[in-house]
Design a protein around this ligand. Sequence first.
Ligand code: SF4
Ligand code: SF4
Length: 275
Amino acid sequence: MTESAGQKAPSLSVISKQGAEYKLLIDGVSVALANSIRRALVAYVPTLAIDEALFAENNTSFYREYIAHRLSLIPIKTDMSYEELADNFYEPKREVSMVLDVKSDGDTTVYASELKFPDGQVATTHPKIPIISMVKGQSLRAELTARVGTGRQHAKWQPVSAAASVNYPMIKILNENCGDCKKCVDACPTGALGLVDGKLKVVDPLACTLCQACEEACPGAVEVGSYPDRFVLSFELNGQIDARTALMAALEILNRGLRSILSQLEVLTYEKKAD
Ligand code: SF4
Ligand code: SF4
């Protein structure tokens, strides 16, 4: 009888964070699950975005439609827990009102910092986004409504952009004592390989793009592949919610969907017993 090694428990850790850009390691999951998490992050996690604009005054040089379009793409602070976000995925309810009220005394640029909640707080985490230019004597006044929505409806609701899930590279050096000719190191376009104390080493596995140039440079000495159950999830936050809330909401939305299916399977079990 052979002994099963069992499935390792899935785990998640931070590889790097630079400003709004994150790289996370997701280990012990299938390619389907890793991609489901990525897709839920992009397309399912709701955020607030301006969805209605009522212009009380606009004598600027810009059409209302143009201004409304620009306003809709400004990331709006979405102060909600991951549970509230999951609730709003299944039943969108949250609405927040805002005002934009600018009078120009001279040539000026209107920035997103002019977007205010009713309590006077700036409504965005990106106050330096320019909206329009104005000249002396012009004024712009609009009442705005932000509503929850998801990236599958429109990109303005995406909490992240440039989200990718790629296999974690597996680079095997078959003979570490091969010498120091460096042909494979020089062939590597990303610096994943290097010589350390005269020995060939993998110095930056995450830099590897699986291009196989090293294998071609020295056949039989290096083997490149990828882990089947280990992935690097990279994304850049757009600014409505933080990374932890976004990921927890993505997992909670997937979890609630699966639990819903599970509860229906339980109904089938009762039906079977009743037969
Ligand atoms: S693996 Fe081949 S190319 Fe790379 S250092 Fe060794 S002998 Fe040179
Ligand atoms: S597969 Fe390409 S990127 Fe990766 S180590 Fe080899 S040469 Fe470098």
